[in-house]
Design a protein around this ligand. Structure first.
Ligand SMILES: Nc1ncnc2c1ncn2[C@@H]1O[C@H](COP(=O)(O)OP(=O)(O)OP(=O)(O)O)[C@@H](O)[C@H]1O
Ligand code: SF4
Ligand SMILES: [Mg+2]
Length: 339
């Protein structure tokens, strides 16, 4: 892909926030002020611990949730001002592949019945013969051959890896521009993960499909997005973003540094000294219902000071990426000496 094409924006998130109502009607701020520009053909890995807002972000991008605040642009236009044809292009163009492939398929329908339905709904196929032909093409693409054997089956008759491939084929059959893959390999046998990740990178290269790859696993994030970007989330906020190689070799935010140090295979150069220091202050992730003041990481951060307690840092340009930390310069100086 040429550089010119790479700079085209497919989707933009502008100051997106998402509040949910808790059981006692309390407000849960699942996302706060997220800005993200997704380019055509780009792979972005979204990482962070459980509950940091990854799935919420994915669902907002795919149009499953409407954000409480902020704007979502598709090809430069606010999705609220798209005409019927453009809105259809957006809804078909952005597909989501879920973590739980069993829950994502109707257990009482054959794979053909489930996958042909959206083809008919969106007038991509006129009859069964056309639907079989289209699905056969994509089943071959994702390595499910002979396709007719799989089309006749029910979800429970297939393995997790096969169901995940079927979800990918279902997404591909809509000819998407962007696939939001939410932990697509976490429930799949370890031995099959790499082949599924390879399949996604192949789809990215062949069809120029952009991917948002949501995961809590830095190893697979590095694998799939080796030429892409990473977005690191903490308690609903984007706290670091950069090209993934640069980000993993030289993490800027203390939290991301700690995450990487905890996974030696992500970057063997970073030892676990830092993570040992980190829990000295607090092991626990604060609750979204009782957030700390200022920087949401300050109760766990070894570098915090008064400013961190009072003032929430904004995501700012730093060394080719962006980081939300008041003291990124000082932290980098200290951690580069330690590493
Ligand atoms: N429909 C909902 N109603 C109420 N709260 C919700 C809803 N969906 C998500 N949340 C809350 O919003 C926060 C973010 O959830 P989200 O599922 O986006 O996190 P995540 O990063 O995907 O976590 P995980 O790694 O466990 O999948 C959590 O506190 C979650 O409980
Ligand atoms: S702003 Fe302060 S508390 Fe937050 S990560 Fe940076 S140094 Fe730590
Ligand atoms: Mg999730």
């Amino acid at each position: 892909m040429g550089e010119g094409e790479r700079t085209m924006s497919l989707m933009e998130l502008k100051d997106i926030s998402m509040d949910f109502k808790g059981r006692g009607k309390e407000k849960i701020g699942a996302l706060v002020g997220v800005n993200l520009d997704i380019k055509e053909g780009e792979i972005i890995a979204v990482v962070g611990e459980s509950g940091c807002g990854k799935t919420t972000l994915g669902k907002i991008i795919a149009g499953v949730h409407e954000p409480t605040e902020g704007e979502l642009l598709f090809k430069g236009k606010n999705i609220k001002s798209l005409n019927k044809k453009e809105f259809r292009e957006y809804r078909l163009g952005v597909q989501m592949v879920h973590q739980d492939s069993y829950a994502a398929l109707n257990p009482n329908k054959t794979i053909f019945q489930s996958l042909s339905l959206p083809l008919f709904q969106h007038k991509l196929a006129k009859n069964n013969v056309e639907a079989v032909n289209i699905l056969t093409e994509y089943f071959e693409e994702v390595g499910l051959t002979p396709a007719d054997q799989f089309l006749e089956k029910y979800p429970h008759q297939l393995s997790g890896g096969q169901r995940q491939r079927i979800l990918l084929a279902r997404a591909l059959s809509m000819k998407p521009k962007l696939i939001v893959a939410d932990e697509p390999v976490s429930m799949v046998d370890v031995s099959l993960r790499i082949s599924l990740l390879n399949l996604m990178t192949k789809m990215n290269e062949k069809y120029k499909i952009s991917f948002i790859y949501i995961t809590h696993d830095l190893g697979t994030a590095r694998y799939i997005a080796s030429h892409g970007r990473i977005v690191v989330m903490y308690l609903g906020r984007m706290i670091e973003t950069n090209q993934i190689r640069e980000a993993i070799e030289s993490p800027k935010h203390p939290y991301f540094h700690a995450l990487i140090s905890a996974v030696p295979e992500a970057n063997p150069k970073l030892r676990s000294e830092f993570i040992k220091k980190l829990p000295l202050r607090s092991l626990d992730m604060p609750s979204l219902l009782d957030l700390p003041t200022g920087c949401k990481f300050h109760p766990r951060c070894p570098y915090f000071d008064d400013r961190c307690i009072q003032e929430e840092p904004v995501l700012r340009e730093f060394k080719g990426g962006r980081v939300a930390c008041h003291h990124a310069e000082k932290v980098l100086e200290i951690t580069s000496k330690e590493d």
